[in-house]
Design a protein around this ligand. Sequence first.
Ligand code: ZLV
Ligand code: CA
Ligand code: ZN
Length: 346
Amino acid sequence: MDYGENHVMVPHRASMTYGLVKAYGLLADMDLLREYLAVLRSITPDTYKNDASSRKQAQLCKLGVVRDKRDGCWTEDNPVIDDLWDHCRRYAGGSLAAARALASGAYDVGINWSGGLHHACEGAAHGFCYVNDVVVAIRTLLGAFRRVRYVDIDAHHGDGVQAAFLRERRVMTVSFHQYDAATRFFPGTGAAEDCGGEAAGTGDERYHEMFGPIMERVMGVFQPDAVVLQCGADSLAGDRIAGLRLSVRGHAQCVRLLRGYGVPLLLLGGGGYTINHVASCWCYETAVAIGKEIPDDIPQHWFQHYYQSQGYKLHYCHEAAGRRKGGSTTTTGHMIKTKKTVMDHL
Ligand code: ZLV
Ligand code: CA
Ligand code: ZN
């Protein structure tokens, strides 16, 4: 970078200073903070492993830092993976493109099943999420629409999106999630008193006893001009890490209901860890979004073998899917209290 040969401003002086500071050995007593996106762009599994300075920068951004032993293997929530920057650009770029298409007025529904990575914070990765494509999409929509509603049916609390818009009156965020103060189900935030909704242990019926009325109240009070729905599929029955018990139809009912409000709708992915269930759900929701009926029998295609355990049916019958949990009155009482807390707040 150069202002011109005779200009007095010479940006190169900062690099010279860095060279001199380094030559004096002063860096050993300092932390070098690089902008988060620059770290994301440059870090590789190789530099993370072999270069102490790169590793330290990455760890300050919560990349590769949280380790846990599961099933006998060490794992990290936000590993430094091959082509990390490319991965971020692709999923965030998809949400950005879909939001721009809605903002242009040419479309009334947009879909990016690779998006919905709702935990990422301003300068750090969090909960498998490196950049927050939901925030990028909502900011894009705010360029064209006055008020944007965000609804999050992932089993985890949409904390990153909530934090980004806490002080923005044109955005209202609502997350339904599994919440347990005792076990601190990840990320441990989003109690009903924070004016969120929690939906622990629910099948379709109980979930929708909350979802429908809360949506109706929220649509009435806030009157959004566009809605973003994060469709995390870890709220489905039989998920590998979460304990909610929605059926594919129950999950898709959220899409159907919000589509019915007739405002532009952006559908994003999110969590979902039993991958044949996830693909079944998001395919069915694609059909719901475009208003087409599709048969239950999964057609022959490249990934067919993934669906053997569900008898090649889209609407797999997981034993607990959609049913009430053994008539537990405590859960019912708890749900009624949660619903009242949320409704009173609205
Ligand atoms: O679905 O993790 O519990 C959107 C989303 O909402 C934790 N992480 C962290 C906090 C300290 N722990 C331990 C770190 C574990 C690292 C590896 C796993 C590996 C194998 C199987 C399950 C997990 C796992 N990690 C389960 N739950 C976690 C959460 C993060 C959940 C993020 C949900 C993301 C995409
Ligand atoms: Ca959620
Ligand atoms: Zn999740």
